[in-house]
Write a new protein. Structure first.
Length: 530
């Protein structure tokens, strides 16, 4: 029988950990994580432009695990390593630190942070990343005073989001999928295709091809498969894997749409997977609610939120426009997310970005899209221009029509590109991707229609997005509500109080402690555990 050592500390108090990250050049980047006492930082996970993510042990989950371990943990056939994996999967979380939110006085930074926290606190779906905890560290218990917390409330610069720990991004899964072709040459000089392998654990042999390493007469030449057009290394996934991931991605984004939220930056880097390929959509800094506040069901928004290769044509802007604002039709604004999903579905199939473009900017990307889909139809062109900002509409139209002339007589090559190196693509998959990548957003397939396609139905997938009926409208903060640092901090603090209402009771106790200290020289003990 093992005993669990516990320390009674105030649950709102925090302690510091030094976690060392590394940049792309291998240089060490030490970062301090100040976590609530229930968490123990253990290892770095990732770093980004606005924050750092580390793995941490959740002591509350550890206690729950020992009190009631999952059934699978008691399986006598498990090895020590398998038991450890189960333990860590049930007791380890990911902690994201959003740092220096107000230091550089960039309202866009705290707007994105506030939206991400707000949405993650509201989402409740197995294919959407949600916040298990959100907090602003209040400092050491013994030194915590009413004045220190009040000062922090008006001056904090970092916040923390706790979420489920996932092992990989879809980008990492794709890049680790090493696809090779093997040519063999027999004594007569005849060549044939040999083994095809990938990190997904699949392996195929063509009829008549033999992999006999004992044959000294055979010469083997193993080559990494590359795209003949772009020369990019191919990283495809086998059919079962890409179908399972796409199904979950559609459900996750579909749930967001039921909550009247658009993601606006769906890409492989924002899709998380665990070792069993369970998938969650993450990173909601560009997300916003889709309830129109303007007349005629139209929303004003920034158009160029999405990463270029996955951006729908109606959201592309010119690189030399400093304020790429525009308007989107409330009836079709969800279609931009659908386009991004179509790009990812195609990438998992062919092994490289479908609309790959070396040049940054909307013009180059639009040219890359038309290079695959052919000339932009006139009706779709009108739809793309329909709600664009008046100051930039004419300029974008002239550039767009110039690009359209270059592709005037070029047919779509999409079908010929949608081929899997595994040879496992079928007509239903191609048809689904074509409908996801329709030029006209009003004609683009919806998430629900995609789930009801034969591609999924024929394999027994249920076309249900929200079986528990938990989706409700989630309102995302608007820029005008956090226009300066004072209002930005005030809004984030209100989210902290919403998730931790006990902070208000703590403040009341600290205030009583301060008042009693001014009239009584007797030392007052620190706040008790609650």
């Amino acid at each position: 029988m093992s005993l669990i050592t516990t320390i009674c500390r105030h649950p709102l108090a925090s302690k510091r950990f030094m976690i060392v990250f590394r940049n792309d050049e291998g240089e060490e980047l030490p970062e301090i994580f100040e976590l609530r006492t229930r968490y123990e930082a253990i290892a770095p996970i990732a770093k980004g432009a606005y924050g750092f993510v580390c793995a941490a042990t959740d002591n509350d989950l550890v206690e729950n695990f020992h009190m009631s371990p999952p059934e699978e943990y008691n399986d006598p056939s498990l090895s020590k390593e398998e038991r450890l994996d189960i333990y860590e999967s049930h007791t380890t979380v990911a902690v994201k630190k959003l740092r220096q939110l107000f230091e550089q006085n960039r309202p866009r930074m705290w707007l994105c942070a506030t939206r991400e926290i707000q949405l993650m606190m509201a989402f409740k779906h197995e294919n959407v990343m949600s916040a298990l905890d959100f907090f602003i560290p209040l400092g050491d218990c013994e030194r915590m005073t009413y004045e220190s917390v009040e000062y922090l409330r008006h001056n904090f610069d970092s916040v923390y989001i706790v979420m489920k720990k996932m092992e990989y991004t879809l980008r990492e899964v794709l890049e680790s999928s090493v696809f090779t072709t093997t040519d063999t040459q027999d004594e007569g000089g005849k060549q044939s295709n040999g083994k095809i392998t990938s990190s997904a654990g699949t392996e195929k042999h063509d009829d008549g091809a033999h992999d006999d390493i004992n044959k000294s007469t055979a010469r083997r030449n193993e080559r990494i498969a590359r795209c003949p057009q772009t020369h990019l290394v191919l990283h495809p996934l086998a059919r079962d894997y890409r179908m399972f991931i796409l199904y979950q991605l559609l459900r996750g984004v579909g749930y967001m749409h039921l909550c009247l939220v658009i993601h606006r930056d769906i890409k492989p880097e924002n899709i998380m997977l665990d070792r069993n390929y369970n998938t969650r959509v993450c990173d909601f800094g560009q997300g916003r609610d889709a309830v129109a506040t303007e007349l005629d069901g139209v929303l004003q928004t920034f158009l160029d939120n999405c990463t270029q290769w996955y951006a729908a044509p109606e959201t592309l802007t010119l690189a030399n426009v400093s304020s790429p604002s525009g308007f989107v039709d409330q009836k079709t604004l969800h279609a931009a997310d659908v386009w991004s999903i179509g790009c990812i579905a195609a990438e998992m199939l062919i092994g490289r970005p479908l609309f790959y473009c070396r040049h940054r900017g909307g013009v180059g990307q639009l040219n890359a899209i038309m290079g695959v889909l052919g000339k932009l139809p006139e009706e779709a062109a009108e739809r793309i221009l329909q709600h664009r900002d008046e100051d930039t509409q004419k300029l974008f139209e002239s550039v767009m029509r110039r690009e359209m002339q270059q592709h005037l007589h070029k047919p779509s090559t999409l079908r010929s590109l949608l081929q899997s190196p595994y040879g496992d693509v079928d007509e239903e998959e191609i048809r689904l991707i074509e409908r996801l990548l329709c030029y006209d957003p009003s004609q683009r397939i919806t998430i629900q229609e995609a789930l009801q396609s034969n591609y999924f139905i024929n394999e027994g997938y249920e076309p249900v997005i929200d079986p528990d009926g938990t989706a409700t409208h989630v309102r995302a903060v608007e820029a005008k509500e956090v226009v300066d640092a004072v209002r930005g901090r005030r809004f984030l603090w209100s989210l902290f109080l919403k998730h931790h209402p006990e902070v208000e009771e703590l403040m009341r106790v600290l205030e009583i402690r301060r008042n009693s200290s001014s009239t009584d020289s007797t030392e007052v003990p620190p706040p008790a555990c609650v």
